[in-house]
Design a protein. Structure first.
Length: 83
């Protein structure tokens, strides 16, 4: 089985100065689950993905599916404001 580390999740967690245990409490998962998400042995359910993306202010696509933009929602809102 090939595993792909989620370096974006780890990086964003560390930028926020959160431990895996603190993140686990915020998204109502175990610390072991957070570890598994970060090392790539498990994938969170869609609800947990959304909670994490919202917490970090990024899109689910960016956080879990290699999207290129950190927060396309914010960028899109900014473009609307210029109209």
């Amino acid at each position: 089985m090939t595993t792909i580390r989620n370096t974006r999740l780890t990086s964003l967690r560390k930028k926020r100065k959160l431990t895996q245990e603190q993140l686990a409490l915020l998204v109502k998962r175990s610390q072991a689950s957070i570890t598994a998400y970060e090392i790539g042995t498990r994938t969170p359910d869609s609800r947990t993905m959304k909670k994490m993306a919202d917490l970090f202010g990024v899109t689910v696509d960016f956080l879990f599916y290699k999207g290129k933009k950190e927060n396309s929602i914010t960028e899109h809102k900014g473009a609307e404001d210029n109209d």
